[in-house]
Design a protein around this ligand. Sequence first.
Ligand code: PHE
Length: 317
Amino acid sequence: MIEQIRNIKSTEELTALHSSIFGKNGSMTVRLKDMKNLDNDARVLLNAEVADLREAFKVRQTQLEELSVLSGLKAHKLDATAKFDTARNFDTGKLHPLSQALAEISAILADMGYEMRTGPEIENDWHNFTALNVPPHHPARDMHDTFFMESGNLLRTHTSPVQIRSMEKDGVPIKIFVPGATYRRDMDATHSPMFHQFEGLNIDKNITLADLIGDIKEFVTRFFGREFNMRIRPSYFPFTEPSIEPDIEWQPGKWLEIGGAGMVHPNVLRNVGVDPNEYQGFAFGFGLDRMAMLKYGLNDLREFFKGDVRWLKQNGF
Ligand code: PHE
């Protein structure tokens, strides 16, 4: 009997066998009813037999339950040696270093109170030059190596035209930054005919050169995550007066120019209908690619725009 219980293969069969022994007219039930007619030794034996049977049923019941759990697990088994060629093996993309740099820069400048604006890459003479105090035939136009189009329009040579567009549209006070692609006829390891700048513009009633230098310093410190010695050199841009170029001491004794800046020229304000005696402020223009190259240690700008997936895999984020 015990052997029979041990070999049972399902809980249903076990239940059936159990009731054929212990059920209403079960074999053991019948014998137990007759117990009063047995002598003492026979009773002890019978009780022992009952206890053994019950124990055997209990053990087998537990075993069968465990087996059913195990077979369920087996059916859903993970094969750790399987190739991830279905759900997991998609080629994850990477963020281009420029996208990464732009995201970091935007977060910092937004936190410093600058709102992001954009403008068109195909510009007209007014916004790219004339309104920025660079009249026709002004020698400063030569600094820009402009790509002209047959229509007379041009590819913007800097993000500064968006200063004009934003003030024309929204007036002052204004505090914005403008990232975007810019174009000049130039090509070597650190220059590409298409490159990126970001512009800052902050016009209000009490803005000074000290505010400009303070913001540049704060931005640089936050972007690179450390403080640099900074040096402010006088410079020239037609649209700012005075104009400066901030340098940072990248390594001891190695100074790097990081962009151009200055107090917005009164003529620029007049060109957008703002009274320079009431409002003044500053602008700055930095190279976005240059910032990314410095921060991430990439030294050939041309690689940025080749679209080589291997480069992106290695240098992306
Ligand atoms: N637009 C200038 C350039 O591209 C940079 C600049 C921006 C300088 C704003 C002063 C103020 O060279």
